[in-house]
Ligand binder design. Structure first.
Ligand code: A3P
Ligand code: MG
Length: 354
């Protein structure tokens, strides 16, 4: 009898082979979350990209904390929003996996993020594998001891979006209002990596407002902020740690353009730079060979992880959770749990799909 492998390697050198096949991500739908984080089956939260000056002087701390509407990060939304989208739009699913983009981003970057631990819960229900993250003890401790500085940085990322986006196609950005981080527009993407058919949601910052812009997701623009790069150390950290995450997130949902605002130590955006997704890996190799990384390794690891999940998760039961664990600097192991607190498919979803 063939025994199942108990672990999956996370070492970069095991994933250098040929690049796996990958279908261009296709938008199959969208949804919005309103100011109270309620699901809306529409595009009401879509925003439009507004080209900034090259040196815009945006003050990202303006309005903090008095015009900041936080998100309650102790509420674990799990897969609830994409499940609501499925019930509203697509009760027959022609895919192997349902998840959210952030979990896949973590998988893609795992071989290059050695200290990054994660826990992913997987449940098989009616032949489909659902993947939902479980917060690790370390992540919970980090969240609970979050400093004022961290909160301010989260605000700054969203304040940049407010400076860069208009609410209507012919409007201008309005930086005088509140920054409410509950609101969002989400694309729903279907794609294939090797023989794994995936369906997932991902938040979209804004879209190109040119009527001749390509169809979604190619017209979407991802916005990011980062500290101004002044030293070789900051530059290598940016290339080694930040760019792989930015690349992976946008690659998954087929977003071709990332516009980054670089802030000084007072939180003022001093320069804005556009990164074209296809050029990011070569740019790192050309500018900083020691910190280069390969998309092939990211894609091979993700694909092998999904194959590992397919081999391991055999029991089709919404009350059974297979927990896949990547400890910092470790490989991936798993354990099986029945009626566990980590069960994540809500009854309202099981009843409607049942
Ligand atoms: P930055 O983009 O400047 O990092 P996203 O870029 O994915 O659209 O996220 C928008 C903003 O949300 C981020 O701005 C950051 O402020 C905040 N954010 C994203 N991921 C986060 C995380 N894991 N923890 C805390 N804040 C996060
Ligand atoms: Mg963003």
């Amino acid at each position: 009898m063939n025994r199942l492998p108990e672990t999956l390697s996370t070492r970069e050198e095991h994933y250098q082979g040929e690049t796996p096949s990958h279908n261009p991500p296709k938008e199959v739908g969208f949804f919005s979350l309103d100011s109270k984080r309620r699901f809306l089956n529409d595009s009401s939260q879509m925003r439009y990209y507004a080209e900034p000056d090259e040196h815009p002087n945006f003050d990202l701390r303006d309005g903090y904390p008095e015009r900041y509407i936080k998100w309650d990060d102790s509420v674990d939304e799990k897969l609830d929003h994409i499940l609501r989208w499925i019930l509203a739009n697509r009760q027959v699913l022609d895919v192997d996996f349902v998840t959210v983009r952030g979990h896949l981003t973590k998988l893609l970057t795992t071989p290059y993020d050695k200290p990054g631990g994660w826990l992913l819960a997987v449940t098989k229900f009616k032949g489909i594998l659902y993947i939902s993250e479980v917060e690790t003890d370390a992540a919970r401790q980090d969240r609970e001891k979050c400093t004022g500085w961290h909160h301010e940085m989260v605000y700054c990322g969203h304040k940049f979006e407010q400076y860069m986006c208009a609410d209507t196609i012919d409007g201008d950005p309005d930086s005088t209002g509140e920054v409410n981080i509950n609101e969002g527009f989400f694309t729903v993407i279907q794609t294939r990596l090797s023989d794994h058919r995936l369906l997932f949601s991902g938040e979209v910052d804004c879209r190109d407002k040119d009527p001749h812009a390509p169809a979604p997701p190619a017209c979407y623009v991802e916005l990011k902020t980062s500290a101004e790069i002044c030293t070789p150390k900051q530059r290598s950290n940016f290339h080694r740690f930040k760019l792989p995450k930015w690349w992976a997130q946008s690659f998954l949902s087929g977003v071709p353009r990332i516009v980054a605002g670089f802030r000084d130590n007072k939180g003022v955006v001093v320069s804005v730079k556009t990164f074209h997704l296809a050029e990011i890996p070569q740019l790192v190799t050309a500018e900083d060979k020691d910190n280069s990384w390969r998309p092939t390794v990211c894609m091979n690891f993700c694909s092998e992880f999904l194959s590992f999940v397919k081999r391991v998760v055999t029991e089709d039961n919404p009350n059974v959770v297979y927990l896949f664990c990547r400890n910092p600097y470790g490989d991936v192991t798993y354990s099986v749990h029945r009626d566990s607190p980590h069960s994540f498919l809500p009854n309202w979803y099981q009843d409607k799909m049942g």
